[in-house]
Structure formats: structure tokens, C-alpha cells
Design a protein around this ligand. Structure first.
Ligand SMILES: Cc1cc2nc3c(=O)[nH]c(=O)nc-3n(C[C@H](O)[C@H](O)[C@H](O)COP(=O)(O)O)c2cc1C
Length: 190
């Protein structure tokens, strides 16, 4: 038997990332986003859903660029702070959260260099859905902490220890154990 739940944007798990943008005056802003995902292979794109009242929304519209910064579980408190406080009320919110910021190398957006992975994106599309707008950014540059990058260029996921968000219970989680090799373990069937 299944139980019917009320409709909601439910998906498990979601990432908990920081979206970096520049304000008009050049001040960097960062906000927490759980509604973010990879959405295209050619070109490589990431998407993020931003509510229209966020400072990030205005910044993204004006600058046409953003960064996605992947925090680790040890940074959960700072991530939560950046998701509670707006840069409109605290222009120094990144510093207050104890996070370091740097200029993007390729796009007009700041990276949160304290986060182990920083992805720079150029805005190439947007879809006004309702309360939120889905912004699509083409991936232009990626930096990751040296010690996390394996010889073959992949990331060491257990050392990265990315922060995960569980909607409906509004909790931060960490990843569990690997289950199997993708594009491979399914071959056992049929
Ligand atoms: C766990 C978590 C996830 C969030 N996800 C989103 C999101 O996907 N989209 C969004 O617009 N706001 C999201 N928020 C809220 C923004 O991060 C928050 O309103 C922030 O203060 C906006 O900052 P800004 O005004 O400086 O851009 C989230 C907040 C938290 C705590």
C-alpha cells in the first residue's frame, strides 16, 4: 500500500550549493540553493531555480553570470546562514559566514573559494515558471581543491563529503556509501 502525500516539489536527494553573483556595486553575494541540477551535456549546463525576491535574482539578471559552489558537510552552518540572510540586509554576509571569496577566472561572478569545488557559469537561458525562475548557465570553468582531484581528473567523493539537502524534513545530510558502478551494473539484467 502507498500513502498519498500533498503535491510538493519533492525529489531526493537535492544538493545544497552556494550561488555566487556580483551586485551592481561589485559587492559579492552568495545564497544557498537546493533547487539546482545538471541539465545539459552539449553544451555542459547547470540550472538553478531562484525566487524573484532574492538579491541573487536581480544580480543574475544584471550580470548574466553565476557560480555554483559545492560545500562540504563541515560547512553546513555557514551554508544555512547564507540561506537565511539576504545580501540586501547584510552586504557582508559572506564574510560574516566565515567564507572566503575570490573573482571568477572566466565569468563576471565571484567564487566562494572556501568551498572545495567552484563552477563558473555564463547565463544562456531562463524560464519564468511562477514564484521561481529556472536559470540555465553554461559551464565555463571549474576549480577543485587539489587534494580532492584524482590522477584521472575525477573527484574523490568521500573526501569531498558534499552537503546534501533533504526536502520535506528540511535537513542537511551527508552521502552514504557507494552502491555500484553506473552504466555498468544494470548490464547484469537481461
Ligand atoms: C537549504 C536551503 C535551500 C534553499 N534553496 C533555495 C533555492 O533553491 N532557490 C531560492 O530561490 N532560494 C533558496 N533558498 C533561500 C535563499 O538562500 C535565501 O532566501 C537567501 O537569503 C537569498 O539570499 P540573497 O537575497 O542574498 O540572494 C534556500 C535556503 C536554504 C536554507
Amino acid at each position: 500500500m502507498k500513502k498519498v502525500l500533498k503535491p510538493q516539489p519533492m525529489l531526493f536527494p537535492m544538493p545544497a550549493v552556494l550561488v555566487g553573483t556580483y551586485c551592481d556595486d561589485g559587492n559579492p553575494d552568495a545564497m544557498t540553493a537546493a533547487w539546482a541540477a545538471a541539465c545539459c551535456h552539449k553544451p555542459f549546463c547547470l540550472g538553478v531555480a531562484i525566487r524573484q525576491n532574492r538579491l541573487t535574482y536581480a544580480n543574475l539578471k544584471a550580470k548574466g553570470a553565476f557560480t555554483i559552489n559545492v560545500p562540504s558537510t563541515s560547512q553546513a552552518e555557514a551554508v544555512d546562514y547564507l540561506g537565511i540572510v539576504s545580501g540586501r540586509d547584510r552586504p557582508d554576509k559572506i564574510a560574516v559566514a566565515g567564507m572566503e571569496v575570490d573573482k571568477g577566472e572566466v565569468v563576471d561572478a565571484p567564487i566562494i573559494s572556501s568551498c572545495p569545488v567552484n563552477v563558473e557559469c555564463e547565463l544562456i537561458g531562463e524560464l519564468e515558471i511562477g514564484s521561481h525562475t529556472w536559470f540555465v548557465g553554461e559551464v565555463k570553468h571549474i576549480r577543485a581543491d587539489e587534494e580532492l582531484v584524482e590522477h584521472d581528473g575525477t573527484l574523490n567523493i568521500s573526501d569531498l563529503d558534499p552537503l546534501v539537502y533533504a526536502t520535506s524534513v528540511a535537513q542537511y545530510w551527508s552521502l552514504g556509501k557507494p552502491v555500484g558502478k553506473a552504466f555498468n551494473m544494470g548490464k547484469k539484467i537481461g
